[in-house]
Design a protein around this ligand. Structure first.
Ligand SMILES: [Zn+2]
Length: 120
């Protein structure tokens, strides 16, 4: 094994550690999307991670570009879908027929009675 390979390995390892550490900090400090169904916590998702969340079979939430929106819903009024994108602290999308709410919170620790882990 050449010396250059050892150095390269060490650098890659260091970058991995920094990347994981950075992600952890972002997760802790970044804004979150809190999804509730029937008044119960359905899940908590980082707003800076692009993802799709299926709430049961009736609602599909998309998180992208630091915003959250109700991409699809099987409710008759479609009000939640028409609410568009939300990103500011405290903003809420409500799907009344399906009893689903999507709320932006400023930090993970804000909602004290909700667990940290994503509850499916
Ligand atoms: Zn709806």
């Amino acid at each position: 094994m050449k010396k250059a390979d050892v150095i390269l390995g060490a650098v890659v390892l260091l970058l991995c550690v920094l990347w994981l550490g950075g992600r952890h900090v972002l997760k802790r400090d970044g804004a979150y999307v809190v999804v509730k169904r029937d008044g119960q916590l359905y899940g908590r998702y980082a707003l800076d991670e692009e993802q799709e969340i299926a709430v049961g079979t009736g609602n599909r939430i998309v998180i992208e570009d630091g915003t959250a929106r109700m991409a699809d819903a099987d409710c008759p009024d479609q009000i939640c879908v028409r609410q568009g994108r939300i990103s500011s602290d405290g903003a809420v999308i409500t799907c009344m027929p399906n009893r689903v709410t999507v709320q932006i919170t400023g930090s993970a620790g804000e909602d004290a009675d909700a667990p940290d882990a994503i509850a499916y």
